[in-house]
Design a protein around this ligand. Structure first.
Ligand SMILES: *Cc1c(COP(=O)(O)O)cnc(C)c1O
Length: 334
């Protein structure tokens, strides 16, 4: 068995899942082979951004079985996003069941254990149906597409250089905490700008004062302090990353590190010896430097992933691929 992944490009699998919400209720939902949608041109998702999504992965274990990581947490976050977007929620049970069905129907697209590639799972909801005025849609589609993906790096992960955006991805009490397309639309321009300037991506500061680190592109920021503590910022406009939550748990309960959630000022980074971006897609991307207002701050661990970050990374992927015992009921074996 070989991996069908082509980097993070979309590779069409055999089936996707679709369920319709009409007349105040969800239908049963079903699997189908075609990955296109026919919707009204006046759908709220097209004009007013009424949509949200999730991202998680299916992992092939050494024994050949397939497993999911913290799928109920994705289901809960999806409910939060739907509520914020005035969309009907799907029950935890329906969400988890749909993810399981979709993955099992595409089992041959879950890459082999040895490749360390995974099947990326993208549940999403969109407002559909005839509508013109600004109001929640009359109908909705909940769908799940999957694609095999390769991790961004293998083995000794090289650090990347980051810029800092002058723009915001979300407002102070806007939609930063929920996983909605609008935040991403707002982050494309600064991301392209950052890449043009030679950076891997850009950091977003808190939208109110532009002094504190909030997010790294579409990932959470964390650091390891001189004292060996795990530090990550907290704010109402940061997306509650399941990867970050897992790293906090591993740092505290497996590595015995102190976990600190507090502001990290962009012009005061000297207390950090390692820095990284974390999220489902890239897992952990180590950050070697941050350039802010023409000044390049280089972290002590600036070439390859630092020692503590590496330990966190190995433990996390060990749990995700089933090599390390699940410490906290995070795993669902299919
Ligand atoms: C999805 C996402 C993350 C990462 O969340 P995970 O649950 O770890 O995948 C971080 N920041 C933003 C803005 C996101 O959309």
């Amino acid at each position: 068995m070989i991996s069908k992944a082509k980097g993070f490009a979309y590779v069409k699998a055999d089936y996707n899942y679709i369920s319709y919400y009409k007349d105040g209720k969800w239908d049963e939902g079903h699997l189908r082979p075609e990955d296109t949608l026919t919707i009204s041109a006046t759908s709220t998702s097209l004009h007013y951004g009424q949509q949200c999504f999730e991202g998680l992965k299916a992992y092939r274990r050494k024994d050949g079985k397939i497993q999911l990581f913290r799928v109920e947490d994705n289901a809960r976050r999806f409910q939060t996003s739907c509520e914020r977007m005035m969309m009907p929620t799907v029950s935890i049970e329906k969400f988890v069941d749909a993810v399981k069905k979709t993955v099992l129907a595409n089992a041959e697209f879950v890459p082999p254990y040895e490749s360390k590639h995974t099947l990326y799972i993208r549940p999403f909801m969109i407002g559909v149906g005839d509508n013109l005025g600004l109001r929640p849609a009359p109908e909705f589609i909940f769908s799940i597409i999957v694609s095999p993906v390769a991790t961004y790096f293998d083995g000794d992960a090289k650090c990347v250089n980051m810029g800092v955006s002058d723009y915001d991805r979300a407002a102070p009490y806007g939609t930063g905490a929920v996983k909605v397309g609008g935040n991403y639309a707002a982050s494309m321009y600064p991301q392209v700008e950052a890449r043009k300037q030679g950076f891997a991506d850009c950091l977003f500061l808190d939208p109110k004062t532009h002094t504190r680190i909030e997010e790294v592109g579409a990932a959470n920021f964390f650091g390891i302090t001189k004292d060996g503590d795990y530090i990550t910022p907290k704010s109402p406009s940061i997306l509650n990353s399941i990867t970050n939550r897992s790293l906090k748990y591993i740092a505290q309960h497996i590595l015995g590190l102190k976990v600190i959630e507090e502001d990290i000022y962009i012009d005061q980074l000297d207390h950090l010896v390692e820095a990284g971006a974390c999220g489902t897609a890239a897992i952990i991307t180590p950050i070697g430097s941050i350039t802010y207002k023409g000044h390049k701050h280089v972290f002590p661990a600036s070439k390859v992933m630092g020692e503590t970050t590496k330990k966190l990374y190995e433990l996390l992927i060990g749990i995700q691929f089933g090599d390390i015992k699940d410490p906290n009921d995070w795993i669902t074996v299919l």
